[in-house]
Design a binder for this molecule. Sequence first.
Ligand SMILES: Nc1ncnc2c1ncn2[C@@H]1O[C@H](COP(=O)(O)OP(=O)(O)OP(=O)(O)O)[C@@H](O)[C@H]1O
Ligand SMILES: [Mg+2]
Length: 230
Amino acid sequence: MSKGIFITATDTDAGKTFVTSLIVEALRKQGIQAGYYKAALSGGYYEGDKLIPGDAKEVLTRAGIEEEYDKCVSYTFETAVSPHLASQIEGRPIKLHKIKRDYEALSKRYEYITVEGSGGIICPIQVSDTEVILLEDIIKLLELPVVIVARAGLGTINHTILTVAYIRQLGIPIKGIILNEYEIGNRLHEDNRQMIERLSKVEVIATIPRMKCKEKQVELDIEKLVELYS
Ligand SMILES: Nc1ncnc2c1ncn2[C@@H]1O[C@H](COP(=O)(O)OP(=O)(O)OP(=O)(O)O)[C@@H](O)[C@H]1O
Ligand SMILES: [Mg+2]
């Protein structure tokens, strides 16, 4: 079985896919058999008659992984709304047993799997009259620790500390915080880093600058990265 980490964030669009693609690429450059998984993705788009999960395409392309998209993403919806609503609109219920089975299948083929969440930490996945499945149920099901991606800037102290507090009360281990779109020398961003560490007692394990996609090159500490997975 492989080792895994779950990448969540303070919000949708905070940079989970972007950061994940850098991590998976960095691991693979070290010769580590690293893979990617996302349980539910909304806002897929068609290429011909194929519904493409954009996040998986971005990570697999960047990291040079040849894998079928539907092996890495259990549920892809075209409707760009929260997975629970997309699933209701498209009439395709999300099942935890499929998520577990798909993750376990990948686990047999990859040493390290980086799992990307949907949205922020509070994200409804499947809601009916009789059940409520939230993103946290997937994290618990897969028994993974989390890394939180937060965007540096005004408001991020509040978003990040609330996210840490919520994850802690669930009893889910937090391995670290990654500050995205971080500018070295920016007083606000540097204060974000200090205040987040001081108030949350969670380490900021990496900062990622704002980059043009083609330039995506950043030095990540591989030893530190590898330690995140359990
Ligand atoms: N460090 C960065 N430099 C440049 N662009 C970035 C950076 N981080 C994120 N982006 C861009 O911001 C947008 C949102 O990032 P991303 O798709 O990674 O967010 P996400 O958290 O995965 O969103 P979702 O909740 O939809 O999965 C994308 O267009 C991405 O390319
Ligand atoms: Mg994403």
